[in-house]
Design a protein. Structure first.
Length: 63
């Protein structure tokens, strides 16, 4: 299952539809962020990502 399919399954389930879903992806070309956000993801983070900063980034998204 890819991330798009997983996101759709989570968003269509009443139990999990409120969960914020972050796309952590290597797709970082022009238009990729828009495509991902239009698909229904709540946030977009492009790789490579500094793993020391990732927890802070996620905390900022959740608050």
């Amino acid at each position: 299952m890819d991330g798009f399919t997983a996101m759709q399954a989570l968003k269509s389930d009443p139990v999990t539809k409120g969960i914020k879903i972050i796309a952590l992806t290597s797709f970082a070309m022009k238009g990729d962020k828009e495509k991902i956000m239009d698909a229904g993801f709540d946030y977009y983070i492009a790789k490579p990502v500094d793993t020391r900063e990732l927890p802070r980034m996620i905390q900022g998204i959740l608050h």
